[in-house]
Design a protein around this ligand. Structure first.
Ligand code: ADP
Ligand SMILES: Cc1ncc(COP(=O)(O)OP(=O)(O)O)c(N)n1
Length: 265
């Protein structure tokens, strides 16, 4: 007898301390009742204090991992995190186009600790070729600034950036995360004709390692469960708020959040 279980795939890098990257993604999938799969793009040596090293998986071996997955069991939704090189982006694009599954791109560029996680030369390809394949893209403020090419200091700038994402870059929708702005933590979902804004009180903490990975993973899990994007965004926001509020305080720097704190539907 087979049980229908939603399946989500993450294509991302590793963080051996489990706060970010594929390990955080799998915990997030699991806590939402979703079966997790992972194809690894890069191995990093990092902890709550910073990134000490990174080793990129050769693009043809990323291809081999994705082939193993997709030729056996096609997931219901997929996300990407750290993708350091254009060659790896080309491989991922091929699978998204062939299998047409809901795809969430977290356009990871720099870690909380300030370390670079993408080749500068891959950003043009990310913007022009990979982003348009996604159902949604979840940049933080520095990533949105880099991709849209403007400075974002307030809500008006967020709206200008969203226009560039949808009008010029050609994404279907974009979720601009306001964690790096001042005041409350406000996130914005822009779809073609609709805007949804979700706000929560800012938690006064330095333990926000992996918030972007986790937020996009929860959205992907909800899509795998068949939820529409706006509902997935709402769950992502509620989940991340609780996860930050109940961070376990691990490590000596920017510690991870609590992937098991949220108990909502
Ligand atoms: N101090 C905080 N208090 C509450 N929510 C936060 C805080 N920092 C970030 N968030 C939320 O965490 C998510 C990730 O935000 P952000 O920090 O902007 O992205 P990233 O982790 O990719 O840098 C967003 O939903 C954001 O609103
Ligand atoms: C392997 C790996 N992937 C992504 C990140 C960055 O994590 P993210 O959640 O996007 O950002 P922060 O919340 O940590 O700023 C990472 N550090 N490692």
């Amino acid at each position: 007898m087979s049980i229908t279980l939603p399946i989500a795939l993450t294509v991302a890098g590793t963080d051996p301390t489990g706060g970010a990257g594929v390990i955080a993604d799998i915990k997030s999938f699991q806590s939402r009742g979703v079966y997790g799969m992972a194809a690894v793009t890069s191995l990093t040596a990092q902890n709550t204090l910073g990134v000490q090293g990174a080793y990129n998986v050769p693009a043809d071996f990323l291809d081999a991992q994705l082939k193993s997955i997709f030729t056996d069991e096609v997931p219901h939704a997929m996300k990407s995190g750290m993708i350091a090189t254009e060659e790896m982006m080309r491989v991922i694009k091929k699978y998204v186009e062939e299998y047409q599954l809901p795809f969430v791109i977290d356009p990871v560029m720099i870690s909380t600790s300030g370390d670079n996680l993408i080749d500068e030369g891959a950003i043009d390809y990310l913007r022009s070729e990979l982003l348009p394949t996604a159902l949604t893209v979840t940049p933080n403020i520095p990533e949105a600034e880099k991709l849209a090419g403007l400075t974002i200091e307030n809500e008006e700038d967020v709206r200008k950036a969203a226009k560039i994402f949808i009008g010029d870059i050609g994404v279907q929708s974009v979720i601009i995360k306001g964690g790096h702005l001042k005041g409350d933590a406000v996130d914005y979902l822009f779809e073609k004709d609709k805007e949804t804004t979700l706000s929560s009180a800012r938690v006064d903490t330095e333990h926000t390692h992996g918030t972007g990975c986790t937020f996009s993973a929860v959205i992907t899990a909800e899509l795998a469960r068949g939820k529409p994007l706006e509902a997935a965004f709402r769950t992502g926001k509620n989940y991340i708020t609780k996860a930050i509020q109940e961070a376990p305080g691990l490590g000596g720097g920017n510690g991870p959040i609590n992937h098991f704190a949220y108990e909502g539907e």
